[in-house]
Ligand binder design. Structure first.
Ligand code: C2E
Ligand code: CA
Ligand code: CA
Length: 841
């Protein structure tokens, strides 16, 4: 080997690079020259290395020390040789390890044989390598695992364990709450605990929504943050992340059918890790995962088809939601005798009928196939009718498809009989289904028409059952349905027929009734039995029901007609409220339609500002001064004024009431902010709105000067339905500065003693008492007691509907403080009300 001689200047020239670390050592591995790049690599100051405090062996990891020692000795003894190490581990000042490519030579420096070493930091390359490997693994997972969940789970694991990201989490965004929900997570337990305590949102309006996840969700792209501490969007989590010790974050959106299905987040303690070359790798990772998800989606589709064929279904038709056929396999064309082209131009309901001539579209819409098989008739090209067993399912990929897998069973009568029998029952309760129920009605009618007996079709449905399903899940929901079925069975006669129709609807055929009253008595008793609590898996549920009834032969003489009419009566009962029973009447059809129409017209009417606020002032009985006014709503429709009595109860059956009362609050605030009104306005608030969190939050959020001027009028019924909840809400509102008035006091269930514990300020004595009190001494005594009791409890009393001087006198004597009624003023439109206020001032 040639002897190389270096002087300081040449060395400097060679080592003047930021990429290579260069150093020269002499006896005992003492450094005599180091460049900046090497200092950076090992984390020491140049002086520390050159002073002799730190020697080369201090920087070499134990396992290489022996070998390094002998090389050092040989070089300083003057042996000339070169040596390359592809991977050597150096130790930095803070005891981190660095992987280094090492080229060593013996040179003459300062006239002495010395070691001359060029180093290349390959720590990063090494990470790339790991990442490449991880990528390969993920790729491998993608080809070998067929389940999406498994791939995602393994990916999270690989990225944490093999690649070394400190925390890896895959989750999705809950669209309702806009919060990020974790699905799989990997990392040290302490990190996981910290992570789980952070609220992450994608809502840009709140600080928790401005981080990398929020951004990648909204912008549908990979978002990297290379220094959490200097990124504005991460401010919401800075303190948590400090505990955590991470620097870099990367959020990778994963797509399904063009929508973001998941977000994968990588956290690293290394600053600036997501940059340069590394990002290419992250990008490929994202591509691999995305194409895998896509592949699985199509695979699922294929699997469904294969499964259908494996199950013995011969032909498959796929239709879009409007029933237009978009796919038919070869068997389908053969069985049906149409060409593919002909089939693809038809709708599913043109060739497939259910027995009883029910339209397949209706079956799909009502979802009463519930994953079961049905027997359908097929119309073939030659006009023949064939019988086929069908399995219907809905699949949502880029859009919704209906998959009908079928098997021709025209020839197999035994199978037909078996299947048809199995198909007569509801799969959850094992009661008859709609189809079998109509058959049963039909058989009954055949007999009953000669016997002059009544039959009743009773349809009943628990209220808000879908909510229960949502909260406790379908499994528990199904247990409740089963129990309902059991209770009905237990409380009816053996020969009555019980069925379960779609979703949570039940139907009963009461045979051989003598009088209509008996039907009512039985139904009421049934509601009583069904309203008792349901104890399911240690949880207690209270249900209320609605019942609709139609009577044979009065309402109809055919099964479908009877069932339809009972269902119309049910809608009517629903609009009437909990535990109510509706009988079918001819008027009902139009009445029910009218009610449905009113609710349908609501959104448009609200937009057109057809709802107008009227104001009825109330007065101090002692001084005659205006004490405040009640806000009463009117619907001005095509110039005619509709009374709230006609629409409020109907809106109360839907969420429309909340929307309307929201609007009323907005209007009241608007009025207060544009006029100088110093008397409070009482707003009638329905129970539905009061129980609505967003609604009460809105009230709580109003400015204090408005809270001071708004009274909340509620009816006492509220406390009977949800006493605890109602009390706590009203407490909160009173603490916020509102006053609470009890409306229509005395009408329902009032027990005078219970009001002492309620968070209220004022009692409004119902109009009916004020009316009757002049004729009926008992009523007068009641009113007197109410006023007296209210006084004792420090509550104000307002008498409603005061129309005469005599009434007013009587109320005055009793000590009632405030009166409202036509004697003083009718409800007034805004302008008139404002004028009146001015006059009184
Ligand atoms: P309410 O809260 O008991 O309102 C008093 C009703 O009695 C008003 O009828 C008012 O016009 C009427 N009234 C007042 N003084 C007299 C009188 O001296 N004689 C007679 N015969 N009637 C009098 P209105 O405006 O038709 O409201 C009827 C009901 O509609 C209200 O009864 C209330 O329950 C409901 N309502 C009105 N506006 C709203 C609202 O914004 N939200 C809710 N939830 N309900 C409302
Ligand atoms: Ca009222
Ligand atoms: Ca009232």
């Amino acid at each position: 080997m040639k002897r190389i001689e270096f002087d300081e200047a040449t060395l400097k020239a060679i080592s003047n690079t930021t990429i290579f670390g260069v150093y020269v050592y002499q006896k005992d591995g003492r450094f005599v020259f180091v460049n900046d790049a090497f200092c950076r690599l090992v984390g020491y100051q140049k002086e520390e290395l050159l002073s002799g405090q730190v020697k080369l062996l201090d920087l070499i990891k134990d396992e290489y020390k022996e070998r390094a020692k002998s090389i050092i000795e040989r070089r300083v003894a003057g042996e000339f040789f070169s040596r390359e190490f592809s991977e050597i581990t150096y130790l930095t000042k803070d005891r981190q390890t660095k992987l280094v490519l090492n080229f060593g030579y013996t040179v003459i420096y300062d006239s002495k044989p010395s070691g001359f070493v060029i180093t290349v930091d390959i720590t990063k390359q090494k990470t790339y390598e790991i990442l490449y490997k991880a990528l390969a693994k993920v790729n491998e997972l993608s080809t070998n695992i067929t389940q999406e969940d498994e791939i995602l789970k393994q990916t999270v694991r690989v990225l944490n364990e093999d690649v070394g990201f400190d925390l890896v989490c895959l989750g999705y965004v809950d669209e309702k709450t806009e919060l990020f929900k974790e699905k799989y997570i990997a990392g040290k337990q302490t990190y996981i605990d910290i992570f789980r305590n952070i609220k992450i949102s994608v809502n840009p309006d709140i600080p928790e929504g401005r981080g990398s996840i929020g951004r990648s969700y909204r912008e549908k792209r990979i978002v990297t943050i290379n220094n959490i501490y200097s990124d504005k969007g991460m401010s919401a989590w800075r303190s948590v992340q400090k505990r955590f010790g991470v620097y870099s974050v990367c959020s990778i959106p994963l797509f399904k059918n063009g929508d973001i299905a998941y977000i994968l987040i990588l956290y690293s303690k290394i600053p600036n890790i997501f940059s340069g070359e590394f990002m290419h790798l992250i990008n490929s990772l994202s591509k691999t995962l995305n194409s895998t998800l896509e592949k699985l989606e199509t695979q699922k589709w294929k699997t469904i088809l294969e499964e259908a064929v494996n199950l013995g279904f011969e032909f498959i038709l796929i239709a879009e939601e409007d029933l237009k056929i978009v796919y038919a396999n070869d068997n389908a064309t053969q069985t049906l005798g149409y060409t593919k082209h002909q089939l693809l131009n038809k709708r599913l309901n043109e060739i497939v009928y259910q027995e009883n001539d029910r339209d397949i579209g209706e079956v799909i819409e009502k979802q009463d196939y519930s994953g079961n098989c049905l027997v359908f008739k097929l119309k073939t090209d030659e006009g023949n009718i064939k019988k086929a067993l069908f399995h219907l399912s809905k699949v949502k990929t880029d859009r919704t498809y209906i998959i009908a897998a079928g098997k021709d069973i025209t020839e197999n009568t035994e199978l037909q009989r078996l299947i048809e029998n199995a198909l007569r029952r509801d799969s959850i309760t094992n009661l008859l289904n709609r189809y079998a129920f109509t058959e049963a009605i039909e058989r009954y009618i055949e007999r009953a028409q000669y016997q002059d007996r009544l039959g009743a079709v009773v349809v009943l449905k628990p209220i808000n059952f879908s909510l229960i399903n949502e909260v406790v899940g379908f499994q528990k929901g199904n247990l409740i349905l089963k129990e309902i079925g059991e209770r009905i069975k237990k409380h009816l006669r053996r020969y009555d027929i019980i069925a379960k129709l779609e979703s949570s609807k039940f139907a009963i055929l009461l045979k051989d009734m003598k009088r209509e009253e008996d039907i009512l008595v039985i139904s009421m008793d049934l509601i009583r039995q069904l309203s008792k609590p349901y104890d399911i898996d240690g949880q207690r549920f209270n249900l209320s029901f609605n019942v609709g009834i139609s009577i044979y032969p009065i309402d109809s003489k055919d099964p479908i007609g009877l069932l339809d009419k009972a269902e119309i009566a049910l809608i009517d009962a629903r609009l009437k409220g909990e535990n109510s029973i509706g009988f079918y009447k001819e008027e009902l059809k139009s009445e029910t339609e009218r009610k449905l129409k009113i609710n349908q017209e609501f959104p448009e009417a609200l937009k057109n500002k057809e709802f107008v606020l009227y104001f009825q002032p109330y007065f101090s009985i002692a001084t005659g001064a205006i004490e405040g006014a009640e806000v009463l709503i009117r619907w001005i429709k095509n110039g005619t004024v509709i009374s709230p009595l006609e629409f409020i109860p109907i809106f109360e059956q839907t969420r429309n009431i909340v929307k309307l009362e929201n609007y009323i609050i907005d209007e009241v605030v608007e009025l207060l902010s544009t006029n100088s009104i110093d008397k409070p306005l009482s707003v009638n608030i329905s129970a539905t709105s009061l129980m609505d969190e967003a609604f009460t939050e809105k009230l709580i959020g109003l400015q204090p000067q408005y809270k001071k001027l708004i009274n909340i009028e509620i009816t006492e019924r509220l406390f009977l339905d949800k006493p605890g909840r109602a009390s706590s809400i009203l407490h909160k509102l009173r603490n916020e500065g509102y006053r609470v008035y009890i409306d229509d006091f005395g009408t329902g269930y009032s027990s005078l003693s219970y009001i002492s514990n309620l968070p209220i300020d004022c009692i409004k004595i119902d109009i009916s008492f004020v009316r009757q009190m002049m004729e009926n001494p008992k009523t007068k005594a009641i009113v007197k007691t109410i006023v007296y009791l209210a006084q004792q409890l420090n509550l104000t009393t307002i008498a409603e509907g005061v129309e005469s001087k005599e009434q007013l006198e009587t109320l005055k004597e009793m000590g009632c403080q405030i009166a409202q009624g036509f004697l003083f003023s009718k409800p007034l439109p805004k302008e008139e009300f404002l004028n009146l206020l001015e006059k009184y001032q």
